[in-house]
Every structure is written in structure tokens, then in C-alpha cells.
Design a binder for this molecule. Structure first.
Ligand code: AKG
Length: 276
């Protein structure tokens, strides 16, 4: 009898997203939430109406237990075809940011995070861990099923994650987080041409009308192939450009925990960021 197909792998393949319910202990995530809130008191950069910490796998060492948590490693293994995921090192934490519909390819027309590779080839997945419930507030992650294969797909699904759930999606899948109001979007259109200064102004304006606190961790893993390594290298370049930092190697103990768990590390296979 043929082995039953893994539902998570199958769903990612067909629909481009999945949610693993109750994967993580809420208590652990509440503790992480307060650590991250302290981090953002002094750190992070103003982005999209809130604050973000790019390069967070390097910049926030307290995230490490999340990456090698057995449930997370199991999800990553199930997502890739051969059960050997590659950790890209790309990780962002977002506090109170807004986001419209987009994918994470860096540009579908080529020249994005996959270079000139045809977009049917890569298998890179983003995990989204929301540190509060979004079961009914419409403020969590929404996706367009099938948009990883057909960019014109327009149906939308609100993933209604609760604390402890893990969302995972193909980076080609179009998705949106908390959408800004029409008025905020108009303000953002005025700010966007001014780069980081525009981000700072927009974020300060939004801070004066705070909504419910919203904190989430995103990181990417991929199949063990050249596309994943290109994605990793280009995203690390971008993260260092955004932060102005130069540290890009993972902490030695995190490297060991991941490799002991059977996860490969993209950082062993790309040139130091900025020198590609
Ligand atoms: O803020 C969110 O919920 C979505 C974040 C997002 O779209 C991203 O990290 O690519």
C-alpha cells in the first residue's frame, strides 16, 4: 500500500498555505512576547506604521528556542519534500506594523530574491507565529489560496490563528497582515517616497492612534536547493542594508541545536552578505 501523503506538504503544494493548530505552548509564547516588547523599547527600526527587527535570528538571541522547538522542526521537515529543511537565517519580528497584499518573492518578474529562476522552481516557506489571538479580530494573517501558482487568484482566507498556532505559507503566496484604514493608506502614500524618513513619519503618526498590540515572528526555511540559498543570501543582504548592521552568523549554540535536529544552515553556503 502506498504511504499516505502528508497533509501539510500536500496543502502547501496545492493551496500554498497551512495552519498547524496548537503547535506551541501559549505560556512559552507569552514569555517570548514580553521579551520582545522589551527589545522594541530600545531597538528595531520604524517600518510600516510600527516597528520591525530585521535579521532577528541574529539580533535577538532569545528567539533561538523557537527555531529549534521540536514542533517547529517537525513542521519544517513536513513542509519540504525530502524532510531535510534549510534554515535561511532570514527572520523579521514585527510590532504593530500594517501590511497590504503582497508576496515575498521580492518581485515576480525576476531579479527578486530568487534571481532569474523561473518561479515554479523554488520551494521556500515562511512560518508566521503570532503572539496573540487573531481568532475573531480579522487582524491576523490572510492569504489568497492558490496564488503561489496563479498570481491572479483573488479569493481570500483569514487564517484566524490563536496563540500557539503556526501559520506556514509558500513565499509566492499572496498574503496580508493588519491592513491600514483608507485614511492611513493615504498618509502612507504620501510618506512612502521618502524611504526610511517616510517610514518614521508614518509610524509616528500611527503611534498617536494605537490599535490593539500586535506582535509576530516570521522566518523562512526551504528545500535543500540552490533557490533556497539564493533567497537566503539576498534576504540577508537586504536585512543588513535595512539595519545598517554587519553581524550575519547565527550563534554557535543555535547552529548546533539546528544541525543536531537535522536542519541544514544556508549561511554555510552563501558568501558574507554585501559581498555576493
Ligand atoms: O504583519 C503581518 O501579519 C504579515 C507580515 C508579512 O506579510 C510578512 O512578513 O511578509
Amino acid at each position: 500500500m502506498a504511504a499516505a501523503k502528508d497533509r501539510l506538504g500536500e496543502q502547501l503544494h496545492v493551496e500554498g498555505f497551512a495552519v498547524v493548530r496548537h503547535a506551541l505552548e501559549p505560556e512559552r509564547l507569552r514569555a517570548l512576547r514580553s521579551t520582545l516588547l522589551s527589545h522594541f523599547r530600545r531597538n528595531g527600526i520604524r517600518r510600516f506604521g510600527g516597528k520591525s527587527q530585521p535579521n532577528a535570528a541574529v539580533e535577538i538571541p532569545t528567539l533561538a528556542p523557537l527555531f529549534h522547538h521540536p514542533s517547529i522542526v517537525a513542521i519544517c521537515r513536513r513542509a519540504v519534500a525530502d524532510g531535510v529543511p534549510v534554515f535561511t537565517s532570514h527572520c523579521d519580528v514585527h510590532l504593530n506594523t500594517t501590511s497590504g497584499w503582497h508576496d515575498d518573492t521580492g518581485g515576480r518578474a525576476g531579479g527578486g530574491y530568487f534571481g532569474d529562476a523561473p518561479l515554479h522552481a523554488p520551494r521556500v516557506y515562511k512560518l508566521g507565529i503570532y503572539l496573540q489571538d487573531h481568532g475573531s479580530d480579522g487582524s491576523g494573517l490572510s492569504v489568497r489560496p492558490g496564488s503561489h501558482l496563479d498570481a491572479a487568484a483573488r479569493q481570500t482566507v483569514d487564517l484566524t490563528t490563536r496563540l500557539g498556532d503556526v501559520a506556514i505559507f509558500d513565499v509566492r503566496t499572496q498574503h496580508a497582515g493588519r491592513e491600514a484604514s483608507l485614511a492611513s493608506r493615504a498618509v502612507w502614500r504620501g510618506c512612502a517616497p521618502f524611504g526610511q524618513t517616510g517610514h518614521s513619519i508614518y509610524s509616528l503618526l500611527r503611534q498617536s492612534r494605537p490599535g490593539p498590540m500586535r506582535l509576530a515572528v516570521f522566518f523562512t526555511i526551504g528545500r535543500d536547493d540552490a533557490h533556497t540559498i539564493t533567497f537566503a543570501a539576498r534576504n540577508m543582504d537586504r536585512a543588513l542594508e535595512l539595519t545598517g548592521g554587519s553581524r550575519w552568523r547565527l550563534d554557535e549554540s543555535l547552529r548546533k541545536r539546528l544541525t543536531d535536529a537535522g536542519v541544514k544552515l544556508a549561511e554555510d553556503r552563501f558568501a558574507p552578505p554585501g559581498r555576493m
